[in-house]
Structure formats: structure tokens, C-alpha cells
Design a protein around this ligand. Structure first.
Ligand code: PLP
Length: 455
């Protein structure tokens, strides 16, 4: 199809499609961008643009696009068994194989898995498990889940309530029995503290909150090892050691939301391994299938699993597509590919350190207040004045301006408040990183000009 042939499609889309996380008035005005196909680390749109995907889709396409191994696995499984449920003691071949595989690569002691279709369903499942666990322990009043500001745990009622996004809370998503603490966000909260003091201070926010709420009322603390959608917030060294000690001391479960950080992104299978965490429950999704099929997996540690296996009776929970054979087959092919291509070692030994160095080259830019990265997650904080690290009075505009310039130049990155975040496919080479950072640098310079022209 030629470029103009897409106009009717855009019109249909705008007329009938309510997009997620979209301002509908704006979409009506601007139209939508139809992504037509993708290959490797590039996506292509209906205007004929070739765009370097600095976001791996939505933090998920870990092995890049158009990988025939995943496609073939899906087709083969579709022909053999396109669907059957895993309720009532039935199973299927890929689901059984995947369960064993996940138990092998998960942090020590996480031998069991519960399947769902999205990260949101995974975190929702975790809340049900955590509360039911305490009920089985004879402590049904332990119900509160503590999350963090800027945390993201999905968009169901539970996910949104547990996450720390103000906008979402403002739209009817404040269920009872969820509480929040500030995240270890150095750029905002560290001030003159050294890293160790800041780690202690930030971890103590949890201790204080538990004291306020009463440990007898708290079921669990949930955290993304690195906060993704909240702006790639990287914890100071020692933060999670203290957090885990606090959880143990108050006997509350520790939940890792590894929906973004899982499956190689931080240079290990899971960030829990990179950061030496021992979660009781762990949410994974996105990179599990590299986005080729919707699937999520809740990894369950020994303490919770043995309770459920020994004396739960029936767990009244599950989804029609839990353990979907096609998704499981794709997940297996995806994990095989990550392993075969040595993507985890490549990230750990080569591209993560390279990304860190490459981002440093942007740190002197007048719009840049801080750059940081962890594995293949990167962030650039934008500031009004580089010299005094002055943040923008009107939040959220500068990020959008940089993002739009980046996109016009052929790079997909995302704006979070006034920061740019990156989460490229794990297949990114050094040359791809150079291209991404060069395009981002050009976008920053163009944005500085645009901002100057604004009143
Ligand atoms: C994306 C995300 C989710 C939600 O996953 P969905 O598949 O969009 O429901 C949950 N937690 C984290 C950390 C995420 O990044």
C-alpha cells in the first residue's frame, strides 16, 4: 500500500478505537501512527518512516522483531493444539515444559509458576495469593499491600491502586488496603546525602510506614527492582538489602515486579539475581514472550507455594487462557533464543556498560540534569537549567518536545515527566546504541531551540 492508502485506515481507527493511555481529543486531532511491520530493531510506519525502536515495543520485544524461531514455534503449536485450558487438572505440552524451564532460571527457591496473560493479571494474582496466604496462616487481617510512588504494576483496579501513579488514582483507582511510600529516587530526594545514607533513609520510609499501619495489617511490600514506567528509577546500592531485612523483621512478604526487568534486561535472567533479592512472589510478563504472544508468569517461592499446596484446597482463581499452549510454545522458543544468542552475557559484559558510557556523552548537554542506566534500561533527566540543576516549573512539556523531535529524526523513545527513558531490544549492538544516543542528542538540541522560542 502507498502512504495515502492508509488515510481511510487512520480515519476508521480514530472513529472507533479508544486507545490505551491516550488523550482522545488529541488523537482525533493528530491522527494515529499505523505501524505496518518491523524487522530486527526497526519498526516501520505507514508514512514510510523507518524508526529505531529504543523502547523494544513497550519494554517487551527483548529478542527484536521478525525472529522466525518464535514465529515458527507459534505456527507449529497452532497446528497441533491451538487452545486448551489448564483448569481442572488438564495441561499441555508447552505449558509443562515452560514451567520446568522457568523454575530452572528463576531465583533460587522459586519452583512454581501461575500463568496469566498480562502483567496486570500477574500482579492481581499476586495480591490474591498474598492475602490468601495470610488467611491460611491464620492472619486474615494482614491485607495491606505497600507500593511506591511512581510504581507501575498494571492497569486493572488492583494494579492501578497498588501502583503509584497519581493520574490513575484520580480516575477511580484507589481501592482500600493499599499504601505507598516514596521511591529511592536519587534525582529528586538524595540531596547531599551519600549513597549509603540515602539507601538507609529511603529504606526506612518502608519501616516507618509499616509502623504507622501496624505490621499485623500489612500483607506485603511490592517493588520493581528498577522502576520502569515511573522513569527508570535505579535504587542506590544497599537499598534492597535493607528493604528485605525490614520485610523479614515485620514478617511481611516481599514481592518483586519483574515485568520489565525480567528475561535478561539487567544482565541476568532476572534483576532479583543481579541485585541479590529473594522475593516471595515475582511477577513476570513482557520479555517472557518478547511480546510475540500475550503471556505472564507469577513465580511463587517456597513459603507461599508450600502453604497453597499443603492446605489451600481449591484456589478459586485463573483465566481462560492461563498456560495457553501457543503462548507457552513461543515463550520456550524465546528463552531458547535468548540463551542460544548469549543475549544475557552480551548485555552484562558488553552492551550495558557501553550504553552507560554512551549516555554519559549527553550529560553536558544544557537540557540534561542527569543520565543513568542499569542493564539495558536508560534515562536522561531534563532540566531547565543545567548549571543549577533546576527542574521545569511546568512539568511534562519538555519531555514530549524531545520525544517528538526524536521520533521525527527516526528514534522511538518515551517521555516520563521531564525525562527520556530507553529500553531497547537486547539484540541492540554497539552501533545501534551509538545511533540511538546520536539521535537522542540531536533531539535534545532541537528541543532546546523549540523551548527557547516558547514564551
Ligand atoms: C507493563 C507492566 C505491568 C503491566 O503489564 P500489562 O501486560 O500491561 O498488564 C506491570 N508491572 C510492570 C513493572 C510493568 O512494567
Amino acid at each position: 500500500m502507498g502512504t495515502n492508502d492508509f488515510a481511510p485506515l487512520v480515519a476508521m481507527d480514530i472513529a472507533h478505537h479508544l486507545h490505551p493511555f491516550t488523550d482522545y481529543g488529541e488523537a482525533r486531532q493528530d491522527g494515529t501512527r499505523i505501524i505496518t511491520h518491523a524487522d530486527g530493531v526497526y519498526i516501520y510506519d505507514s508514512d514510510g518512516n523507518k524508526i529505531l525502536d529504543g523502547m523494544a515495543g513497550l519494554w517487551c520485544v527483548n529478542v527484536g522483531y521478525n525472529r522466525h524461531e518464535l514465529i515458527d514455534a507459534a505456527v507449529a503449536q497452532l497446528k497441533k493444539l491451538p487452545y486448551y485450558n489448564t483448569f481442572f487438572k488438564t495441561s499441555n505440552e508447552p505449558a509443562a515444559l515452560l514451567s520446568k524451564r522457568l523454575a530452572e532460571i528463576a531465583p533460587d527457591g522459586m519452583e512454581h509458576v501461575f500463568y496469566a496473560n498480562s502483567g496486570s493479571e500477574a500482579t492481581d494474582t499476586i495480591v490474591r495469593m498474598a492475602r490468601h496466604f495470610w488467611a491460611l496462616e491464620g492472619k486474615p487481617q494482614k491485607r495491606i499491600i505497600i507500593g511506591r510512588d511512581y510504581g507501575y504494576h498494571g492497569s486493572t483496579m488492583v494494579g492501578a491502586s497498588m501502583g503509584g501513579m497519581e493520574g490513575m488514582h484520580g480516575q477511580a483507582c484507589r481501592l482500600p488496603d493499599f499504601a505507598h511510600i516514596k521511591p529511592p529516587y536519587g534525582f529528586l530526594y538524595q540531596g547531599n546525602m551519600d549513597e549509603d545514607t540515602f539507601a538507609e533513609t529511603a529504606a526506612n520510609w518502608l519501616d516507618e510506614r509499616i509502623h504507622e499501619l501496624g505490621a499485623d495489617n500489612v500483607a506485603a511490600f511490592i517493588a520493581e527492582p528498577v522502576q520502569g514506567a515511573g522513569g527508570v528509577i535505579i535504587p542506590p546500592q544497599g537499598y534492597f538489602d535493607r528493604i528485605q531485612e525490614i520485610c523479614r523483621r515485620h514478617d511481611i512478604l516481599f514481592i518483586a515486579d519483574e515485568v520489565i526487568t525480567g528475561y535478561g534486561r539487567t544482565g541476568q535472567w532476572f534483576a532479583s539475581q543481579t541485585l541479590n533479592l529473594a522475593p516471595d512472589l515475582m511477577a513476570t510478563a513482557k520479555g517472557l514472550t518478547s511480546g510475540y504472544q500475550p503471556m505472564s508468569a507469577v513465580m511463587v517461592g517456597a513459603r507461599v507455594a508450600s502453604r497453597f499446596i499443603d492446605d489451600c484446597g481449591e484456589f478459586y482463581h485463573g483465566f481462560t487462557y492461563s498456560g495457553h499452549p501457543v503462548a507457552a510454545a513461543v515463550a520456550l522458543a524465546n528463552l531458547d533464543l535468548i540463551e542460544r544468542d548469549g543475549l544475557i552475557e552480551k548485555v552484562r559484559e558488553d552492551t550495558a556498560p557501553y550504553l552507560k558510557t554512551a549516555l554519559e556523552t549527553l550529560s553536558d548537554h544544557p537540557l540534561v540534569g542527569e543520565v543513568r542506566s542499569f542493564g539495558l534500561l536508560g534515562a536522561v533527566e531534563l532540566v531547565d537549567s543545567h548549571d543549577s540543576i533546576k527542574t521545569f516549573t511546568e512539568q511534562g512539556q519538555a519531555g514530549i518536545i524531545v520525544r517528538d523531535h526524536a521520533l521525527a529524526g527516526g528514534l522511538m523513545v518515551r517521555a516520563v515527566r521531564d525525562g527520556m527513558v530507553m529500553s531497547p531490544p537486547l539484540t541492540f549492538t554497539r552501533a545501534d546504541i551509538d545511533a540511538m544516543v546520536a539521535l537522542l542528542g540531536a533531539a535534545l538540541t532541537a528541543a532546546a531551540e523549540t523551548l527557547k522560542q516558547q514564551p
